[in-house]
Design a protein around this ligand. Structure first.
Ligand code: KG4
Ligand code: ZN
Length: 319
């Protein structure tokens, strides 16, 4: 089943052609360079950049897959969650494309899309399993009961995990997106240098809170700066990363997870990946599929379509 998929929920415009769990093309236009000068994603600029890129990226994905719209069985698009203006560009583009070519339309939840990035690289992975989606906008611990259904086990009460990485990086003057630079610096620092509070809440739930941890790091930096002293960015990055990693491990150990699929931008973090390798049945996407991409949306769309879930022309974006 050939699916043309579109992803535009944040700052990556992406189009892909997938055939069930196989990727035929996966074109990604990142807006990172555009947003870097502002230190974060500017929603209106993101929407405009998607509008400019989306046609070109879509036709590139068809060309690379060596097919035309006639060969496509369905058009898929991310409709939730994300930046509303950014989502609307993809949703409207996909709706118009499906309508013009008389193709069925499939709406995909971005979180399930991230989970599906693991179906691409791990042929044997099938529900039920526990999924942990960690990105700039999400920290979702979910139980996948089927390819299309899940229950939420835990989530963040405030900042997402990637957001915490980015905010700490910003306070240390690192370029956006900070997560990548934090990863590099953490390798050079001492993870035991500074003690920060855990992000795994101790209230009987499986939830996380990153705002306390983030504030503790920011206070540590400000205190030292106010005294006119200097601190080691490497040690802060390493200690912060260890605290995040320990928080994840605490949560997973508490749940006695049997089969775990991790996904999302933060799953590219080398230290977190290494720590998770201690689990026997852990699945992680290759680095090129951790961040936002349309191929993962196309693979999830295949399972939605298989279950008979199609969208109509009144499909709207949902934040
Ligand atoms: O999945 P993604 O591309 O977009 C969202 O759906 O949010 O995730 C982007 C997030 C950003 O916060 C970025 O800093 C973080 O993933 N990230 C990382 C790493 N690579 C990307 N965080 C920690 N370590 C990394 N290596
Ligand atoms: Zn994402």
């Amino acid at each position: 089943m050939l699916i043309l998929s579109i992803e535009s929920s944040c700052d990556e415009t992406s189009a892909a052609v997938t055939d069930c769990r196989t990727v035929r093309s996966n074109i990604i236009a990142s807006q990172t360079d555009i947003h870097r000068v502002y230190g974060g994603v500017v929603p209106e600029i993101a929407s405009r950049a998607h509008t400019e890129a989306i046609s070109r990226i879509t036709y590139e994905s068809l060309r690379e897959a060596d097919i035309t719209m006639n060969d496509i069985n369905a058009v898929a698009v991310t409709y939730t969650p994300g930046l509303i203006g950014a989502l609307l560009v993809g949703v409207n583009f996909a709706k118009a494309l499906a309508f013009a070519h008389s193709k069925p339309l499939v709406a995909v939840d971005h979180i399930l899309g991230h989970v599906a990035s693991n179906y691409i690289s791990h042929a044997g992975l099938e529900p039920p399993f526990t999924a942990f989606v960690v990105s700039g906008g999400h920290t979702s611990l979910i139980e996948m009961t089927s390819y299309t259904e899940y229950t939420v086990l835990g989530r963040t009460r405030d900042d997402a995990m990637g957001e915490a990485f980015d905010k700490v990086a910003r306070v240390m003057g690192l370029p956006y997106p900070g997560g990548v630079e934090m990863d590099r610096l953490a390798a050079l620092g001492d993870p035991y240098a500074i003690k920060f509070p855990s992000a795994a809440l101790n209230d009987g739930t499986n939830d996380f809170s990153f705002s306390g941890l983030k504030t503790a790091v920011i206070n540590y930096i400000h205190n030292i700066e106010q005294k006119g002293q200097t601190y080691s960015r490497e040690d802060v990055a390493a200690s912060f990363t260890k605290t995040v990693t320990d928080s994840i491990i605490k949560r997973l150990d508490g749940l006695c997870v049997e089969k775990l699929a991790v996904a999302g931008g933060v799953s590219a973090n080398s230290h977190i990946r290494k720590a998770l390798e201690r689990y026997e049945n852990v699945y992680m996407p290759p680095l090129n599929l951790c961040g936002d991409n349309a191929a993962m949306i196309g693979v999830q769309a295949y399972y939605n379509a298989k279950s008979g879930y199609f969208a109509q022309t009144n499909l709207n974006a949902v934040v």
